[in-house]
Design a protein around this ligand. Structure first.
Ligand SMILES: *[C@@H]1O[C@H](CO)[C@@H](O)[C@H](O)[C@H]1NC(C)=O
Ligand SMILES: *[C@@H]1O[C@H](CO)[C@@H](O)[C@H](O)[C@H]1NC(C)=O
Ligand SMILES: *[C@@H]1O[C@H](CO)[C@@H](O)[C@H](O)[C@H]1NC(C)=O
Length: 300
């Protein structure tokens, strides 16, 4: 960075802090996007965007756009090349009217995520991959779409597409069942969430008992359905009217043509007195029990 640029940067920064700055929406917008490093911000302002004024475009003054994982697009002044926004980053539904967030990168389009509507969130337009088809990478990972593959391939030497569709894999357990303790007569449920291609089947068994649950046991029930994500299956084992003989280890077994995998969890059954003692003694432990597990949604 030359001294001239630094001085210009300081001028721009002091203008930005002043009350008379013409477009304070620029600052609002920048809070929502990924934090840029200080130098990048300053260079954008001084050279690419020249403040918020788009009156004249001198492309020879544009900074080089580097490290663009979703390709290069034109900046808000339609002048300088800059990095296109990645999947999941905010964008402007009508960039011809106004561009605060910048344009989506290649293979991406700006749209409102309808899955946000159900959650009572205010839906924000975000960049989404135009084609939602999974691909299998040469690293053996399934990428839920080409945009996610390209973003990873950008920084992973030698990563190629091995095939369309997810990688064929033995099932992977994404959410295993958790150990439970409850009082006699209560209702408990285990969840087992599996990713697999080809699709998996899930069975529940109790250790020491060969039968597949629920069998003909009316107080045990099993429900499975596809989801929450594509190529996933969720299965619940529910025990109603918990009795002492229900105590034991339950196993969720997922299998497809390529193999099978299992995860197990223990249910403890306590009488009412034992239960209150357990609760007072083990409260902190219980609270730590069911922390949502973090996992990577991009690929497995
Ligand atoms: C950038 O802004 C300066 C004033 O700060 C102005 O003189 C110059 O013409 C602008 N350059 C471009 C490319 O718009
Ligand atoms: C324990 O039983 C109660 C009553 O059936 C139920 O509401 C609660 O979710 C159960 N707790 C666990 C951890 O399963
Ligand atoms: C509290 O939990 C521990 C292990 O998790 C168990 O050994 C102990 O018996 C529990 N306390 C009561 C009162 O059940």
């Amino acid at each position: 960075m030359t001294w001239g640029r630094i001085i210009l940067a300081l001028i721009v920064l002091s203008v930005r802090n002043g009350d008379g700055f013409p477009n304070n929406k620029l600052e609002d917008a920048e809070e929502d996007v990924e934090p840029a490093d200080f130098d990048d911000m300053v260079e954008d302002e001084t050279e690419g965007r020249n403040g918020t004024l788009c009156d004249q475009c001198s492309q020879e003054l544009c900074p080089e756009a580097v490290g663009c994982r979703a390709g290069v697009v034109l900046d808000r002044c339609r002048c300088c090349p800059e990095c296109g926004n990645l999947e999941g980053q905010p964008c402007d539904l009508d960039p011809t009217a106004n561009t605060f967030y910048g344009l989506c990168g290649s293979d991406l389009q700006c749209q409102i995520d309808i899955s946000d509507l159900g959650l009572g969130e205010v839906p924000e337009p975000q960049c989404m991959c135009k084609v939602q088809e999974a691909v299998c990478g040469s690293d053996g990972r399934t990428y839920m779409n080409m945009c996610q593959f390209k973003a990873t391939a950008y920084s992973t030497a030698g990563l190629t597409v091995k095939g369309n569709g997810p990688c064929q894999t033995v099932p992977l357990i994404k959410v295993p069942p958790h150990n439970l303790v409850n009082v006699t007569g209560s209702t408990v449920a285990f969840l087992c969430e599996v990713f697999a291609f080809p699709m998996a089947l899930i069975e529940w068994r109790k250790d020491g008992n060969d039968a597949i649950l629920p069998g003909d046991d009316p107080h045990i029930s099993v429900q499975s359905r596809g989801g929450p994500l594509k190529y996933e299956l969720s299965s619940w084992l529910q025990i109603e009217g918990l009795a002492s003989e229900d105590a034991g280890t339950y196993r969720c077994v997922a299998h497809n043509a390529l193999g099978n995998i299992a995860a197990s969890a223990v249910v403890g059954v306590l009488g009412p007195d034992e239960m209150s003692a357990y609760l007072s003694e083990n409260m902190t432990e219980m609270l730590e029990y069911d922390q949502p597990r973090e996992y990577d949604e991009d690929y497995y």
